[in-house]
Design a protein around this ligand. Structure first.
Ligand SMILES: [Fe+2]
Length: 389
């Protein structure tokens, strides 16, 4: 549950006239748009536009997202190195889906150009993890600035433009959730507030704080994605013509360095690192932290078999105590049913360490993940044998 926000001009009650003088076509009002979650059953925001947000002048097919899933003859671990992946397209068209199931698509993006058209994902919530780059997410709720190591959380049906500082090559990890991406319920008290002791709090979530109304009555293109299909809508006017809004649905950022790690005298399991919750998967943050303090503690994770889960780690920054051979922008996929654990030598190497500076994003899925052809091009086939001395 996100905190309630209110920006700009709204009327004193919902669903009553919000007077505008003279207003579009002298109708004397601003136009209400109710932005909801799960039909009308969950959180919502109410926005007020200069013009009706429904006027469309042209609808055109804009192609399909390529998703070339490769059947794998064996069950095995994978190490995908994405650091040198080709930069291409823009922050929307340059996305390479790598790991996919019905609940989640995990993609990398190294955009080469600025975002060409406004974009709206109609059927998925998105988390864009900013590995490198900074800029502003432009939306009708107002601009949301972002910086390195931010998770940008964008609710479905938010029209947006990712505007990057052109001096830095953006490096993005994109997680698209078919279900709603939420703050884990275990972190919320019965009043809906983040509990004392949760690894982050409301002050760490950064929604829009200002907005600017774009009063532009001229054709404006928005690319809408639903599943793999892309459709280009030409709107009669700019959709960011909002004069005010309030509610609990809006895009926001959370910086991975604001995650407060929970540590113990011995190793704590991954659920203490959970950051987001969604049907079919969780997102966790392995943040810099103190290592276990028991005098006999094994300071790297024990071997385990991911029973009923597939585990993806995306390595962001620092040195990874339990892994050899990974680098920044590596992915490891440790699928269900086969054990993985610390690499040889890492248990001893960590014995005298008191803290780790590693930063990684983990996605654990319930259903098996499939690799795309682009993922296999980045794969190290020797990785499953890397536990041999
Ligand atoms: Fe693991």
């Amino acid at each position: 549950m996100l905190p309630y926000l209110h920006l700009g001009s709204i009327p004193p009650k919902r669903h009553i006239a919000h007077a505008a003088k003279p207003g579009y076509k002298n109708e004397g009002i601003y136009y209400e748009e109710v932005v909801t979650v799960a039909g009308f059953g969950r959180a919502y925001s109410i926005c007020y536009h200069l013009r009706p947000p429904t006027q469309v002048t042209k609808i055109e097919a804009a192609g399909e997202v390529s998703l070339d899933i490769v059947p794998e003859p064996t069950l095995r671990h994978h190490h995908l190195r994405s650091k040198d992946m080709k930069a291409q397209g823009d922050p929307i068209t340059g996305r390479f889906p790598l790991l996919v199931n019905d609940d989640v698509t995990i993609a990398r993006c190294r955009p080469k150009t600025a975002q060409e058209m406004l974009f709206r994902n109609a059927t998925a919530d998105e988390i864009i993890f900013v590995h490198q780059g900074r800029g502003t997410l432009e939306t009708m709720f107002g601009p949301v600035p972002f910086r390195p190591f931010d998770y940008i959380v964008i609710p479905r049906c938010t029209t947006y433009l990712l505007d990057f500082d052109s001096a830095i090559q953006p490096e993005l990890l994109i997680i698209e959730g078919a279900g709603n991406i939420d703050i884990p319920a275990k972190y919320l008290n019965r009043d809906g507030q983040l509990r004392l002791g949760a690894p982050y709090a409301e002050r760490d979530l950064h929604g829009p704080t200002t907005f600017r109304t774009i009063d532009q009555e001229k054709p404006t293109a928005v690319v809408i994605k639903d599943g793999r299909r892309m459709t280009r809508y030409t709107l009669a006017s700019h959709p960011f013509d909002v004069v005010g809004w309030d509610g609990m649905v809006y895009p926001y950022t959370f910086n991975a360095d604001d995650f407060e790690p929970i540590t113990g005298t011995v190793h704590q399991p991954p659920p203490v690192q959970q950051t987001f919750d969604a049907p079919g998967f969780v997102v966790c943050t392995f943040a810099p932290r103190l290592l276990d303090t028991h005098p006999l503690a094994i300071k790297v994770p024990y071997a385990h078999s991911n029973v009923q889960a597939d585990e993806v780690l995306y390595y962001v920054r620092g040195r990874f105590g339990s892994r050899r051979g990974v680098e920044e922008a590596s992915f490891t996929l440790h699928p269900r049913g086969i054990p993985h654990g610390p690499h040889p030598g890492t248990i001893v190497a960590s014995r005298d360490m008191t803290r780790t500076d590693e930063l990684a994003v983990m996605v654990d899925t319930v259903a098996p993940l499939h690799l795309t052809r682009q993922a296999l091009e980045l794969d190290d086939p020797q990785y499953p044998y890397s536990w041999l001395d």
